[in-house]
Ligand binder design. Structure first.
Ligand code: SF4
Ligand code: ZN
Ligand code: ZN
Length: 334
């Protein structure tokens, strides 16, 4: 296996491109792929201030590294989800990457911001952990970007992530989600005239041309110390199962993922955008975050985040007020 560029010994092969690269040319290939995606989808310019959500995993740290190498003004944001020692180790990976690259990292924690962790939230709401986790991440990423004055939120979703999401949305014919599945989600504004404010920050995914296996190779070759283990709560995550299924198809026919995702963007996405309603954006009466109102009284609307948080905290209070069963040896103190 020889490098496509210099004919030296190749260390990474990319079957869907029918190409292999040595270390140096694979790294420049990755930079080119990301730079091409940023340009093609008009994601951002050199003077934009970017906030990148980092989990401590390979994708977000590899992307942060590429953006720093391409000279973008990019700050990291790590949200501690409170998933036991896994969160501890992923936080260490994010901090250590920021230190070695001399980059700024903002760290917040769900427990400090809202009083619960992802495993607690799952128990209190009776829903799978990934559901509450996803909701909290979307809410906190947007809040952090707005509060800290960033123009754009960058995430490390790669080709495999996007194809798995697309697969799930098609399986369930989730037309609204299909209408919103794009490498760029434009910002949304609340209010009018002098009251107008950015409510949902612009979101971009510069890794959509890059497969998961390639971000892992890039991280390895660049000496990025990312957290290799998977989140212990991934069990029951449907997207994870879709990824496994699509990987089987890709192995049998390289290029399937790319064809499915970019074919969708080119040929099908515009039809779903036309069909999916965006809903009116209104202010949540509790936290002032933006939320979609489909009907009803705008001043009474609570966002999904606040409704979920209310529900969880109510369940916790209810549980605390149920007396524990009397045990042998208990003494009445009243
Ligand atoms: Fe959150 Fe689920 Fe991902 Fe774990 S696997 S970090 S719970 S979304
Ligand atoms: Zn080479
Ligand atoms: Zn709210």
């Amino acid at each position: 296996m020889k490098c496509k560029v210099c004919r030296q010994h190749a260390v990474v092969d990319i079957r869907r491109h029918n190409a292999a690269f040595c270390q140096e040319h694979f790294i420049s290939h990755m930079h080119n792929q990301v730079a091409r995606t940023i340009k093609e989808f008009k994601m951002f310019d050199a003077d934009d201030r970017l906030l990148i959500a980092v989990s401590g995993g390979k994708d977000s740290l590899a992307l942060w590294d590429v953006l720093l190498e391409l000279d973008y003004d990019v700050v990291g944001f790590y949200l501690d989800l409170g998933i036991g020692s896994y969160s501890g180790r992923s936080k260490e990976a994010a901090i250590s990457f920021a230190e070695t690259r001399n980059a700024k990292l903002i760290v917040r924690s769900l427990a400090e911001e809202h009083g619960y962790t992802v495993p607690e939230l799952a128990k209190l709401t009776g829903r799978v952990p990934c559901s509450g986790c996803g909701l909290n991440k979307r809410y906190e990423f947007n809040r952090a970007a707005l509060e800290e004055g960033f123009d754009i939120l960058v995430t490390g979703h790669n080709l495999d992530d996007e194809v798995a999401t697309l697969f799930g949305n098609v399986l369930h014919w989730n037309v609204d989600m299909l209408g919103r599945q794009a490498p760029v989600l434009e910002e949304r504004i609340l209010g009018e005239g002098t009251d107008a404010r950015v409510a949902l920050v612009r979101k971009v995914k510069p890794l959509v041309r890059v497969a998961e296996r390639e971000t892992a190779a890039y991280a390895l070759l660049r000496g990025i110390d990312y957290i290799v283990e998977e989140c212990p709560m991934v069990e029951g995550n449907t997207q994870h199962r879709y990824k496994e299924a699509i990987t089987l198809l890709e192995e049998a026919s390289p290029g399937t993922k790319q064809q499915m995702y970019f074919g969708f963007l080119k040929r099908a996405a515009p039809r779903f955008i036309a069909e999916s309603g965006e809903g009116r954006l209104v202010t949540c009466k509790r936290c002032s975050a933006p939320t979609v109102a489909w009907d009803g009284n705008d001043s009474e609307v609570l966002c999904t985040f606040c409704r979920t948080k209310d529900h969880a905290l109510r369940r916790r209070t209810d549980r605390a007020s149920i007396p524990s069963p009397r045990r042998e040896g208990d003494v009445d103190t009243a």
